[in-house]
Structures are given as structure tokens and as C-alpha cells.
Design a protein around this ligand. Sequence first.
Ligand SMILES: [Cu+2]
Length: 71
Amino acid sequence: MTRLEIDIKGMTCDGCSNAVKRVLSKIPEVKEADVDWKTGKAIVELSELNEQLKNTIKESITRAGYEVVNI
Ligand SMILES: [Cu+2]
């Protein structure tokens, strides 16, 4: 298992946290996702991690309407 911390801009309520959590959960390699709009952070547990997967995660969050500032 690999742990990834993501900094996200634009989340303003629990609905935003849930929306990000939902898109992350759709990625097969993502085993667990903890998203907190107050800190702007997502802590993700993955079965594996590589650059392509990072891009997929970034795109998913961006498509949901939020900005990935660090991954
Ligand atoms: Cu919101």
C-alpha cells in the first residue's frame, strides 16, 4: 500500500469533500480516500502508485471542479 497526500483548492463544504471522495473511489487502485475540505487535503491509500496514476487522479479531481495544487 502507498499513501498519497493531495492538496486541493476550491472545496468549501462537506458536499465538496464527498464529491472528491466519490471520484477518487472510482479509481480501482484507490483503496481508501480521506478528504477534508477544511484543510484542503486528501489522504489516499493506493495499491500502487506511478506517474500515470497521479495524472488520472489529478484529472478526476479537476473534472469534478476542483484544483489540484500539489500531488
Ligand atoms: Cu461544497
